[in-house]
Design a protein. Sequence first.
Length: 317
Amino acid sequence: MKEPRSPRRALIVGMLAVVGSVVCFAISFSILKWPGTPGSVIAWWRLIGSAVLWWMLLVGRRLRTGAALPDARTWRLTVPAALCFGVNVSLLFLGITKTSVAHGEFINAMAPIVLIPAGMVMFGEHPNWKALRWSVVSLVGLVIVLTNGPSRGVASVEGDVLVALSVIAFCAYQLLARRARVRGVSPWDFMTVAMTAAVVTATPVALVSAGDEIWPLSIEAWAAVAMLSVLTGMVGHGMLYYAQHHVPISTISIIQAGQPSLSAMFAWVLLGEALVAAQLPGMMLVTLGLVLVFSFSLRPTPTAPVDERPTEDLRAP
């Protein structure tokens, strides 16, 4: 994947990639619910489908260009992130069945509380506070959307704890993925190894929570697996990983906080789920806040938020 040479152009492309990944993830929740199969089962098969597709692309790329397959160093940098990703997916789908969707989505939106200070400590980032302050507008909108939504499940402490643990695992994945990115692991190699290794931690949860439903799947479930393997396992996560070399992790996490509102909108369009009129002002505020964050993030700042050296200069000796 060719990297833009201009830092500003790289930032614009990176932020558009983050927005694109958020749209993919928002649509994925509707696809996940469509066949009526347990989410952990769909998630497990999606990991396998994505891994197969990434390996096919990687082998095809090697045959066409002679590019090397992932080496031992790539595996060492990628596997920790992949294991955290598998834990995140497993706990999220397990927890969301034990608590209300509103609770689950709101807890997920709290990831910036961890990622912003972690990005400052681990990568020396200097968050663009003039841009990030507008995230408050989105947060207010998110509260309006979730508190005015139709009743969808009963909240429980057990479910909330599982979702909170999944958020911690997701934050660890983001940080470890960012570390791999700045150390020169290409999106091709990272995504191939990550989707493969994540199956290790996702398999036990899938077997315990819905082992008798892993096989066979309905035609609708296989269709959902196929769509999600491409939409999230390849496009969504691929764009997100690509963006991590150019966009501060603080900005990425703020943009991702708008996903619940998009998920509600797509569920209304694709599944016919109820959308309360009182949620619409909240969705408008979420969108406005993200537009302001995006716009102000593109304005020049005294200190570059991300190390913009070419990828090859960041490779460990």
